[in-house]
Design a protein around this ligand. Structure first.
Ligand code: PGA
Length: 236
């Protein structure tokens, strides 16, 4: 695991876009796990500005979804991934984690499809305020499969900020920890002072189910953090 600290979210987005663009340059049919959430949005916008980037052969793999939420729902993470990454970048192939299907069947279909692709080349992740990756909510071991999960109070509170007028779904589907940890490369994006404590625990605390992101030390992980989030930034 390596850590780079960037001055601010704008610099982080440029650096993250550089990493992702280089991966696509080396492997045009990159199989990439695509987080939604606020953190990676500036990165995806930065990628979309790069006229020389050809992502037409990239396979975008969905990280998580709310249970029972369909594509036309404003809360749909699938629709968010399409709007922010798939369509602006001209990606044509998507592996979906379908919140409208039977949860067990959707999880097995997702795993079968990612295995058929030979696993992931790159996983782009944000960090939950409770240390989650996707919706691998604590406590969560490194073997936790793709599955249905109940969301923790921290995630419910955090998610409420995305759609102030709508109820936050209480259950979700998430790509499992092996899907993430076995990616050839993991890119964890972390910004803001509210992530400082959890990032510190992920980087320096014990590897523990209490902080699912701590398992990323077992993967080929590059952490890009802004100064506000990085515990050694001296920012208070
Ligand atoms: P955020 O969410 O990027 O909106 O902070 C991250 C997460 O909860 O995984």
């Amino acid at each position: 695991m390596s850590v780079e600290v960037l001055a601010d979210p704008a610099a982080l987005a440029v650096r993250a876009a550089d990493v992702i663009a280089a991966e696509i340059g080396q492997k045009p049919d990159l199989r990439v796990l695509v987080a939604t959430g606020n953190t990676p949005m500036a990165t995806y916008a930065e990628l979309a500005k790069r006229a020389d980037l050809d992502a037409s052969q990239v396979v975008a793999v969905q990280l998580d979804e709310y249970l029972g939420v369909l594509e036309d729902d404003p809360r749909s993470l699938y629709a968010w991934m399409r709007r922010s990454f798939v369509e602006p970048l001209g990606v044509r192939q998507v592996v979906r984690l379908d919140g409208g299907a039977d949860p067990e069947a959707a999880s097995r279909a997702f795993d079968a499809e990612t295995q058929r692709l030979g696993g992931l080349d790159l996983a782009i992740l944000g960090l939950g305020p409770n240390g989650h990756l996707g919706f691998n909510e604590p406590p969560c071991g490194p073997e936790a499969p793709t599955r249905r999960v109940g969301l923790t109070p921290e995630s419910l509170a955090s998610n409420a900020g995305y759609w102030p007028d709508l109820a936050v779904p209480r259950e979700a589907l998430t790509a499992g920890m092996p899907t993430i940890l076995n990616a050839r490369r993991v890119l964890l994006l972390v910004q803001g002072a509210h992530k400082r404590d959890v990032l510190h625990r992920a980087l320096h605390g014990p590897e523990t189910p209490a902080v699912p992101a701590s398992w990323l030390r077992r993967a080929n992980t590059l952490v890009l953090a802004d100064q506000a989030a990085h515990p050694e930034s001296g920012g208070g």
